[in-house]
Write a protein that binds this ligand. Structure first.
Ligand code: HEC
Ligand code: HEC
Length: 285
């Protein structure tokens, strides 16, 4: 009996030990299994979330691109008459709209509006004091036409010529003149020294070199900065003097007004002579 008891007890103990021993293992297994399940659930839901996020990001991007395209479309159709007021500011939509200029339409508009009467057939003017506009960058030409219309720049003949033009028509005109060959003026290119103000400037007067902005290289020139090479010296002097006196005041931040105010008459004449005969860099080179 005693032996049986011992055996039984031993058996019971080992059985319960086994049960106890087995329990943590299966518990572990269960925990691990459920852990794995949770992990796979999390991963699955994570990947769902990620793919949802990606899809929604793709859709958002598509929407943004679509609405961007719509905005550009809008810009060229409805934007202008509403948004360019007399208080002109360069904005991305205006810059983009200028790229929509159609030289063919511009040519027809130039004919219809008799621009050639003063500016010549292709924008090389017949009169000394009338600027040549062939080969000029379109952003500058557009802004000047706009400013004459809005009486931000004063000229009776120009006001009459542009007062009935829409912004879009001015953009086409600017595009056409930009495609025309610029004037090449004969001049004594040899032996003529470059005015120091053109390419060096004057630190004492806080004068930047003109070429800092009016660089002959289009990639270095500001998109709105006019080409001044090949300009009629008479117009050059007249307009620099107008800047100096504040009669021409349509320049942003009074940039050209403050520069010309520091120049003497002689310096303006030298610069006019220099730029008149300095050939404009061919954009195709
Ligand atoms: C009756 C003569 C006349 C007619 C016609 C005329 N212009 Fe002008 N234009 C001038 C004169 C003069 C100036 C210079 C005025 C000034 O000093 O601001 C000028 C200036 C300009 C300028 C500014 C150039 C610069 O370098 O700043 C542009 C651009 C221009 N005209 C384009 C045109 C276009 C385009 C037409 C036709 C729609 C036209 N003009 C018709 C006489 C004329
Ligand atoms: C900081 C840049 C900057 C510098 C430096 C600068 N310009 Fe200008 N200039 C401009 C911009 C921008 C315009 C166009 C203004 C406007 O929107 O009407 C302009 C316009 C002009 C025009 C009018 C062109 C025309 O066809 O009527 C002349 C001429 C001119 N500049 C000459 C000069 C000369 C000469 C110097 C050096 C003494 C000089 N600029 C220095 C930025 C500059």
């Amino acid at each position: 009996m005693k032996l049986t008891n011992i055996v039984l007890t031993t058996l019971l103990i080992s059985a319960s030990q086994a049960a106890i021993a087995q329990d943590p293992v299966s518990q572990m297994m269960n925990i691990m299994q459920s852990g794995a399940n949770t992990a796979s659930d999390i991963m699955k839901s994570g990947s769902d979330t990620a793919s949802n996020a990606m899809n929604s990001a793709i859709n958002t991007t598509k929407d943004a691109v679509d609405s961007g395209i719509d905005q550009v479309k809008d810009t060229t159709t409805n934007f202008f008459p509403l948004s360019i007021t007399d208080d002109f500011k360069w904005t991305a939509p205006i810059v983009m709209a200028i790229e929509t200029g159609d030289p063919k339409k511009g040519k027809a508009l130039a004919k219809k509006n008799k621009c050639k009467k003063c500016h010549g057939k292709t924008g090389i003017s017949d009169e000394d004091d009338t600027p040549s506009i062939a080969g000029q960058i379109p952003a500058y030409t557009f802004k000047q036409l706009h400013d004459y219309k809005m009486k931000q720049r004063d000229s009776k003949s120009m006001y009459k010529s542009v007062k009935n033009l829409s912004n879009q028509e001015m953009i086409h005109l600017a595009a056409w003149y930009a495609t025309q060959k610029p004037e090449v003026m004969a001049g004594d290119k040899k032996g003529k020294s470059i005015p120091i103000l053109a390419n060096i400037g004057d630190k004492k007067r806080f004068l930047l070199a003109c070429d800092t902005c009016h660089d002959e290289d289009a990639m270095k020139r500001g998109f709105q900065t006019p080409i001044i090479e090949g300009q009629k010296p008479e117009h050059f002097i007249e307009t620099m003097t107008a800047f100096k006196d504040g009669e021409r005041a349509n320049d942003h931040y009074k940039l050209m007004q403050s520069i010309s105010a520091k120049l003497t008459e002689n310096e303006i004449e030298d610069l006019a002579a220099y730029y008149a005969t300095k050939p404009m860099k061919d954009e195709d080179d």
